[in-house]
Design a protein around this ligand. Structure first.
Ligand SMILES: NC(=O)c1ccc[n+]([C@@H]2O[C@H](COP(=O)([O-])OP(=O)(O)OC[C@H]3O[C@@H](n4cnc5c(N)ncnc54)[C@H](O)[C@@H]3O)[C@@H](O)[C@H]2O)c1
Length: 352
């Protein structure tokens, strides 16, 4: 029987993966500390599907020792997933994101080289992305590659970005020039450890550098999970703080699309092991904050009240993943478009 352990499996992405894996006939075991508020609700949904939940912390080696060993792989999602929290509590962020990942890698290494699929992030690429000039359209920023100052922008950067988005060659290290955020750094170091465990110990690892993921079971708050948070704010009539001009653009990938992808990677581990992928909705599935706000306002009722504030540190003005590598490697395509995805979370949150 196919079986998978999901760390952080009661979180948003974990719940999506766990439910789909169960439907596909996997035995699913989840390890989660339930530190994220409201994840107990996701845990209840998982329990209804007879998914085993172990309450434990990836920072504690003894908690990992409680996991089964005869498994097809580990999907490692447990993390502090937010930049603001990482700025307020960098040591905590490091201990969960870097040390926790190292603990998972060691567990996998010492138990027969169990494949590990790691949730990395686009935040490992620094603010250097903002060196691509943008033009301001009415509701969104647009990259203007013709205006790039080639004297100021390193060749490595030019190789890592095109009108198709940011590819895996974009430099992780900005040579000291630009910030990443402590979250970006703790994830970058975990990302490198995953690469290293493949090279040094032949541990089959896969690294997914994900951009904006959104969907059902997300407990979005202002600091993390913006699309879900915007939907909640509209439904509950809460004011929205907008950091910057609201024209920032993100590519957006729906939770079920991510879940299908992680399981496909696990099932094709020999094809993808040792590789790094940029994962997101790609160039065809993008939205700016203002476009999402316009869309939600069209749903009727009181319009969202916006409070504009200064740009946040290390904010990428536009981030769009170039997903050609993963598409080509696994013949994978995201299915859900941004607006129908928002409709699905709208309907779920309305029913809460
Ligand atoms: N959601 C996104 O847009 C996005 C984008 C890029 C990367 N990621 C990464 O994907 C992963 C999952 O993100 P998510 O959005 O589902 O976040 P989430 O907060 O919903 O899920 C994380 C889960 O991990 C658990 N957890 C936290 N610390 C733990 C610990 N020390 N031990 C065990 N469990 C712990 C939490 O309780 C939570 O259930 C994270 O690693 C995040 O960095 C997410």
């Amino acid at each position: 029987m196919k079986s998978v352990v999901i760390t952080g499996g009661c979180g948003f992405i974990g719940t999506n993966i766990a439910l789909i894996a169960k439907k596909k006939g996997y035995k699913v075991v989840v390890l989660d500390s339930l530190i994220r508020p409201h994840t107990e609700e996701n845990a209840e949904n998982l329990k209804k599907e007879k998914i085993e939940i172990i309450r434990g912390d990836v920072r504690n080696v003894e908690d990992l020792e409680r996991l089964p060993r005869k498994i097809s792989g580990i999907i490692h999602l447990a993390a502090n997933p937010g930049i603001p929290w990482s700025i307020q509590r960098p040591l905590y962020d490091f201990s969960v994101n870097t040390k926790g990942t190292l603990n998972v890698l060691e567990f996998a290494r010492s138990n027969g080289l169990i494949p590990v699929i790691f949730a990395s992030t686009n935040k490992i690429y620094s603010e250097e992305i903002n060196l691509v000039p943008t033009v301001i359209n009415k509701r969104r920023l647009i990259w203007d590659f013709k205006k790039i100052n080639k004297k100021k922008v390193r060749n490595a950067v030019l190789e890592g970005i095109s009108s198709a988005g940011v590819n895996e060659n974009f430099p992780m290290d900005s040579s000291g020039g630009y910030p990443h955020s402590p979250y970006g750094v703790s994830k970058a170091s975990a990302d490198l450890y995953c690469q290293e465990y493949f090279h040094i110990y032949s541990l089959p690892t896969v690294i997914n550098r994900m951009s904006c993921i959104y969907g059902l079971y997300q407990k979005g708050v202002e600091d993390q999970g913006w699309l879900d948070w915007f939907v909640r704010a509209k439904i509950e009539g809460l004011p929205l703080n907008i950091y910057g001009n609201g024209k920032q653009v993100r590519d957006c990938l729906f939770g079920t699309d991510v879940a299908e992808l992680y399981l496909k990677e696990l099932e094709n581990i020999n094809k993808v092991k040792g590789q790094v992928f940029n994962i997101g909705g790609g160039i065809k599935k993008t939205a700016s904050l203002l476009e999402v706000i316009d869309y939600l306002n069209k749903k009727g009722g009181k319009k969202l009240v916006l409070k504009f504030k200064s740009w946040r540190p290390a904010d990428q003005k536009i981030y769009i993943s170039d997903v050609s590598k993963i598409k080509k490697t696994l013949n994978w395509q995201p299915k859900v478009d941004v607006w129908s995805g928002i409709d699905q979370i709208w309907n779920q949150n309305k029913g809460d």
